[in-house]
Write a protein that binds this ligand. Structure first.
Ligand SMILES: Nc1ncnc2c1ncn2[C@@H]1O[C@H](COP(=O)(O)OP(=O)(O)OP(=O)(O)O)[C@@H](O)[C@H]1O
Length: 342
């Protein structure tokens, strides 16, 4: 399904988006993600296809707002029945069928506050299904979930929506959710700046804004000085780096290099890193624990400090401290080359 929407207020949007399976629209806070969903649902004034000029109640859309908006004083089945018509007994039977579709048949008489965040989310989904939607819209589906179970609950939700066979558009600023989608798009300054599968977008961000949103912590400027058939040599503050050639990457002049914190390897000054590419002597400027690993800020002579994520501490990592001399290294294929921004 394709949606084309133009929204004048409260923020100008001009959006064309292909929705297949579970699609995630990623954007910073305030970019207009909720505004787009409300426009498609007919809850604010906008022009676009499909559903142009249809009042909200006639749009075949299932809308899950942030926090789900379940009625606390109604039972689960009454929350779902709120979207149904007809005699009470028929409503109850249909609510029960919808609860079975979201695999929560035994919770019909509970109140929403007695359920987990993931269960509440599925009740909201059941209520949305009562409208027989041809499109599901989910506003920040991660926001009310517990961080420890979030990925599991979202995995189950995505699987469930896939089994229902209804295309879904979820909006979020969370790259973890985007990484789990069938397709994703990135919203910036009112437009879609990139869309594709998560591996296409995470693997080849179209620009600095996308790179930042999908977790490239290290962004720094350089100038292309040499090019071979497979690699480009880029000079960054007098430090030379080899970058693997990628389709569509700039071929000359100023560029921005993007590098993920967990794509940098760390060796001690007296050890040779696991691979011989792009070795940078560096000094640890800051260091903090990150789960089982470490997050480091290292001064390697570039204009910016390099952020380095070590997933698991080995016994050799224990002596690391501010001021330690280390050798950073990264493979040429780990560095993305983006057009420079003026
Ligand atoms: N009712 C309103 N009146 C005035 N301005 C509004 C209104 N609703 C939203 N805005 C503004 O429109 C812009 C987009 O808001 P929107 O809620 O769509 O952003 P968002 O991308 O969903 O943000 P978040 O991720 O923080 O939820 C923001 O600058 C917001 O302040």
């Amino acid at each position: 399904m394709r949606i084309d929407y133009r929204v004048p207020q409260p923020i100008a949007l001009d959006i064309s988006l292909d929705i297949e399976g579970f699609c995630v629209l990623l954007g910073r806070s305030g970019e207009g993600k909720s505004t787009l969903l409300k426009a498609v649902a007919g809850l604010l004034s906008a022009r676009g296809t499909p559903y142009d000029n249809l009042p909200p109640e006639r749009r075949p859309i299932g809308y899950l707002p942030q926090g789900y908006a379940l009625f606390p004083h109604l039972s689960v089945w009454e929350n779902i029945a709120f979207a149904l018509r007809g005699p009470k007994s028929a409503q109850r039977a249909e609510a029960q069928t919808l609860l079975e579709r979201v695999r929560l048949a035994d919770l019909a008489d509970r109140r929403p506050h007695t359920l987990s965040g993931g269960q509440q989310q599925r009740i909201a989904l059941a209520r949305a299904l009562a409208r027989k939607p041809e499109l599901l819209l989910l506003d920040e589906p991660t926001s009310a979930l517990d961080a420890t179970t979030r990925d599991q609950i979202l995995g189950e939700l995505i699987e469930l929506i896939g089994a229902l066979g209804i295309p879904a558009l979820a909006v979020t600023h969370d790259p973890h959710l985007a990484a789990m989608a069938d397709r994703m798009a990135v919203l910036s300054r009112g437009r879609i700046v990139q869309q594709g599968t998560p591996s296409e977008v995470f693997g080849a961000p179209a620009g600095v804004e996308v790179a930042r949103l999908v977790g490239y912590h290290n962004l720094f400027e350089g100038r292309i000085t040499q090019r071979t058939q497979t690699e480009t040599r880029v000079s960054c503050d007098d430090i030379g780096l080899n970058v693997a050639l990628a389709h569509g990457a700039p071929s000359h002049g100023r560029v921005i290099l993007a590098l993920r914190a967990d794509d940098i390897d760390l060796g001690y000054a007296d050890t040779v890193p696991t691979h011989g590419h792009n070795q940078l002597p560096a000094r640890i400027a800051r260091l903090r624990m990150h789960g089982l690993g470490l997050h480091l800020c290292c001064d390697a002579g570039l204009a910016v400090a390099l952020e380095v994520q070590i997933p698991r501490r080995t016994p050799r990592h224990d002596p690391l401290h501010v001021g330690s001399e280390v050798t950073l290294s990264c493979a040429p294929t780990a560095i993305r080359m983006l057009p420079a921004v003026d």
